[in-house]
Write a protein that binds this ligand. Structure first.
Ligand code: ACO
Length: 326
C-alpha cells in the first residue's frame, strides 16, 4: 500500500457572526449559560444565498492553491456533510463541475460530525491502493438551515463552515499512520432529523410540527462523547503503537469544551495541546476537525515530523480518529 497524507488545506467560514447576545434576542438563553455549558461565544451563519456547496467550493479552491494542485488533477471528490444543497445531486458532483475537476469521480459521505475523519480514511484509501493519485476531501455544513430557531437546546450549539484537504502520496513514514472508525447505531435516535426523508416524507403536518429540524437528546450525546472521544484516541494509538506522549497535538471535534476537557483528563494529555476554535465557530459538524486543523497549521502549531491525532464523534452515533505524521 502507498502512504497518503494531506498536501494542503483550505478553510472557509461565512462572514456573518452571530454572538450569544444575538441569540438572547431569539430564544430564552443567556451568554453566561452558553459559555459556561459549552465554551461557545459566537458562530458564523451563511448568507441567504449561500448553501453548503458554496462554502465547500471556497474551501476547496484554497486547498487546491495551498497544495499547488490543478482541479483537473483531482481523481475523486468526497464531501462529508449532513446538510447537502439537495438530496440529489450530491454536493461533490456539483463541485466537480464548479471546480472544473473534469476527471474526478464524486460521492458524498454521511457520518455527521465524524465526517471529516471518515472522509480522510475513505478518500485516502483510493490513493493507498494505487487507484487514484489526488483526492479532495471536504467537510462542509450550513447547519443553520436545519436548526429549529425556537429550540434553545440545539440552536445555540452549531455554526456554518467548511474545510477541504487535498490528499496525495507522501514519503514513507509520513502522512496517515493509522485510523479507527466506529459507530453505535443503538443510539440512532439521539440526534435525528425526523422528517423529510423516505421514512416520513414532507407533508404540511411535518412542516407545522417542525419535524424537519434537528432533534437532540443532549445529555445522551454528552455521555456518549465523553467515552467515545478518548476511547477512539486510545484505540488508534494502540493500533499504531504510538504513545500518547509522542503526540504533539490532538485536533478534536469542536462540540463542547466540557467534552474536550473531560477527554483531556481521561487521556492524561495536556488540555493546552488540544486545538480549539469552538469559542468562535461553535459546532460546525463535518467541517469542525478540518477547520481546527487548518487554523493550527496557519498559526504554525504543526511542524514537519509532528505526530498529531484527529478525533470526531457525531450523529449515527459515529466516532472516528486517526494519527498523522506531518
Ligand atoms: N439556554 C439556557 N438554558 C438552557 C439552554 C440554553 N440554550 N438549553 C438548555 N437549557 C436548560 C434546559 O432546559 C434545562 O433546564 P431545566 O433544568 O429547567 O429543564 C437545563 O438548561 C439543563 O439542561 P440539560 O440538557 O440537562 O443540560 P446539559 O448539562 O446536558 O447541557 C448541552 C446541555 C450543553 C447541550 C450538553 O448536553 C451537550 O453539550 N451535549 C452534547 C451535544 C453535542 O455535542 N451535540 C452535537 C453532536 S455532533 C453531531 O453529529 C451533530
Amino acid at each position: 500500500l502507498k502512504n497518503f497524507g494531506i498536501l494542503g488545506i483550505g478553510t472557509y467560514v461565512p462572514e456573518k457572526i452571530m454572538t450569544n447576545s444575538d441569540l438572547e434576542k431569539i430564544v430564552d438563553t443567556s451568554d453566561a449559560w452558553i459559555q459556561k455549558m459549552t465554551g461557545i461565544k459566537e458562530r458564523r451563519i451563511a448568507a441567504e444565498n449561500e448553501a453548503t456547496s458554496d462554502l465547500a467550493y471556497n474551501a476547496a479552491v484554497k486547498a487546491l492553491e495551498s497544495s499547488n494542485t490543478k482541479a483537473e488533477e483531482i481523481d475523486l471528490i468526497v464531501v462529508a456533510t449532513l446538510t447537502p444543497d439537495y438530496f440529489t445531486p450530491s454536493v461533490s458532483a456539483m463541485l466537480q463541475k464548479r471546480l472544473g475537476a473534469h476527471h474526478a469521480a464524486a460521492f458524498d459521505l454521511g457520518a455527521a460530525c465524524s465526517g471529516f475523519v471518515y472522509g480522510l480514511e475513505a478518500g485516502g484509501n483510493f490513493i493507498a491502493t494505487g487507484m487514484y493519485k489526488k483526492v479532495l476531501v471536504i467537510g462542509a455544513e450550513v447547519f443553520s438551515r436545519i436548526l429549529d430557531w425556537e429550540d434553545r437546546n440545539t440552536c445555540v450549539l452549531f455554526g456554518d463552515g467548511a474545510a477541504a484537504a487535498v490528499l496525495g502520496e507522501v514519503e514513507e513514514g509520513y502522512g496517515l499512520i493509522g485510523s479507527h472508525l466506529g459507530a453505535d447505531g443503538d443510539l440512532d435516535d439521539v440526534l435525528i432529523i425526523p422528517a423529510g426523508g423516505s421514512r416520513t416524507p414532507a407533508t404540511h403536518e411535518t412542516i407545522d410540527n417542525r419535524s424537519h429540524y434537528l432533534k437532540m437528546k443532549g445529555q445522551e450525546v454528552f455521555k456518549f462523547a465523553v467515552k467515545a472521544m478518548p476511547g477512539a484516541v486510545e484505540k488508534v494509538l494502540e493500533n499504531t503503537g504510538i504513545g500518547i506522549d509522542e503526540l504533539e497535538l490532538i485536533v478534536p471535534h469542536q462540540a463542547n469544551m466540557r467534552i474536550i476537557s473531560s477527554a483531556a483528563k481521561k487521556l492524561g494529555f495536556p488540555a493546552e495541546k488540544f486545538v480549539l476554535n469552538l469559542d468562535r465557530y461553535g459546532n460546525t459538524s463535518a467541517a469542525s476537525v478540518g477547520l481546527a486543523l487548518g487554523e493550527a497549521l496557519e498559526k504554525g502549531m504543526i511542524k514537519k515530523g509532528d505526530n498529531i491525532a484527529l478525533v470526531g464523534f457525531g450523529a449515527g452515533l459515529t466516532y472516528a480518529s486517526c494519527v498523522m505524521k506531518w
